[in-house]
Design a protein around this ligand. Structure first.
Ligand code: CMC
Length: 422
């Protein structure tokens, strides 16, 4: 059987045959038939907008791999900084490379004093941390006059390093501001996740971070580091395709992540569980969802139609964390919801399973994070995924500035009516 597809334009009888490569065929085939013909594909359900070597995802089989390595193996054996190196460089680092990389990241964690004193202090006292994170990430770029030199590899790598190193500092700074707590300086002797937890929660001198909790944070960072062409990453690519700098591109991607259908879902899950309140209320809540009164947050995925491999790892991590912190009282509600939904015809038929956000919020809450910090916790590790995609895009000769077409459905030409005649 030939790996080709033949498209016939029934209006003209013209036909074109093009190769199928990796399950895709070039859309230029349509323009060969008729240069004014375009695919109509709302929300890109059937469109591959780029070629990428970073993350492999098979939604039906529940497979997620970074640069070929299964997520399960990385979550078990690796660290977030090692994974960050892998995503950016394509290969796991040697011991020397990893120690140089980790040293560089941990020595770029400070941010300019003006960021905290002038910029962050200007927010309203109850500003949402994700709104602050987005703005602060964009603002960070204004401190570096080399931020725009994106085609100078050395300069680009420097911005990547700065962003990965500084996003936890920004996140913790936003949190401390919202709590009215003094800012905790980064501690360069601590590993990445531990340093973040220290900047978040340190009160006084003797605040020790439990290694189980630091490891759980690192695992969550690994699981969230990349997920190919989701809404945020696509935003990153679209904005970077205009050659915007890495800071504003990252801020744009983070803005997409902020939405409740994307990274905001973990926050929505915990709010939903709290609203349900008790396992006895689960059946009526499920009935409400089926009758259209809202979605079961943390369920369903555009790509995973079998199970989300990240959700399985997170569920296990939740139990590790609860051993230390005590069980999150909302866990029982979550388990009951999962049990009822997985047996219900509505969810089975639509292939709706728990996604990465279903249990992550419970862990974040047990670790002591307020609900409105949850999406920020997603944005910190996803920064490396966004930057890996930006780097790949800038080196991809097939890419140009993003510019989809539209199907115009508005009025035909009509004459301007003066205001007194309308
Ligand atoms: N609860 C109830 N029904 C749902 C849900 C849900 N969570 N998700 C999808 N459906 C229904 C939907 O109403 C539709 O039903 P029908 O065919 O009768 O109209 C059908 O399932 C297909 O849904 P869809 O909206 O076409 O699916 P999608 O691929 O466009 O949406 C999604 C994917 C993740 C946006 C959606 O499943 C959803 O809104 N889930 C809840 C929010 C959530 O948990 N988001 C986190 C996603 S994972 C983290 C990330 O990558 O950002």
């Amino acid at each position: 059987m030939a790996d080709t597809i033949t498209i016939i334009d029934d209006r003209t009888g013209k036909k074109v045959t093009v190769p199928i490569t990796g399950g895709t065929f070039p859309s230029s085939a349509l323009r060969e038939l008729d240069p004014s013909l375009f695919m109509y594909d709302p929300a890109y359900l059937s469109t591959a907008s780029c070629a990428s070597a970073i993350t492999y995802l098979d939604g039906d089989a529940g497979i997620l791999r970074y640069r070929g390595y299964p997520i399960e193996q990385l979550a078990e054996h690796s660290t977030y900084l090692e994974v960050a190196y892998l995503l950016l460089n394509g290969e796991l680092p040697t011991a020397d490379q990893l120690s140089t990389w980790a040293h560089s990241v941990t020595h770029h964690t400070m941010i300019h004093e003006n960021m905290r004193k002038r910029f962050v202090d200007g927010f309203h006292y109850d500003a949402h941390p994700m709104g602050m994170f987005v703005s602060a990430t964009a603002a960070l770029g204004t401190f570096y006059d080399d931020a725009k030199d994106i085609f100078d590899k050395q300069s680009f790598d420097k911005q990547v390093l700065r962003l990965i190193a500084k996003v936890p500092t920004i996140a913790a700074m936003c949190y401390r501001f919202s709590q009215g707590l003094p800012f905790v300086l980064p501690n360069n002797s601590m590993p990445y996740a531990q340093n973040f937890l220290n900047m978040m929660f340190r009160i006084g001198d003797d605040h020790a971070i439990d290694p189980v909790l630091a490891r759980a944070m690192d695992v969550l960072f690994i699981l969230h580091a990349d997920h190919e062409q989701n809404c945020g990453t696509t935003t990153m690519r679209v904005v970077s395709s205009a050659n915007s700098d890495p800071y504003t591109s990252t801020a744009a991607a983070a803005s997409a992540l902020y939405g409740p259908l994307h990274g905001g879902a973990n926050e929505a899950v915990v709010r939903m569980l709290a609203e349900i309140g008790h396992i006895d209320n689960v059946p009526s809540f499920i009935e409400g969802v089926k009758n259209g009164s809202g979605r079961l947050m943390g369920f369903g995925h555009r790509v995973y139609k079998n199970f989300d491999p990240r959700a399985r790892i997170i569920k296990q991590t939740a139990y590790d964390v609860f051993e230390v912190t005590g069980k999150n009282p909302l866990l029982d509600v979550a388990l009951k919801l999962e049990e009822v939904a997985l047996k219900d015809e509505y969810f089975v038929k639509r292939k709706l399973y728990p996604n990465v956000d279903f249990y992550s919020g419970l862990i974040y809450q047990a670790l002591g994070f307020p609900v409105d910090m949850f999406t920020v916790l997603f944005a910190i590790p996803r920064t490396v995924g966004w930057l890996a995609h930006m780097q790949e895009l800038l080196g991809d000769k097939e890419q140009k500035i993003s510019r989809p077409r539209q199907l115009y459905i508005g009025s035909d030409e009509r004459n301007y009516t003066p205001i007194n005649k309308r």
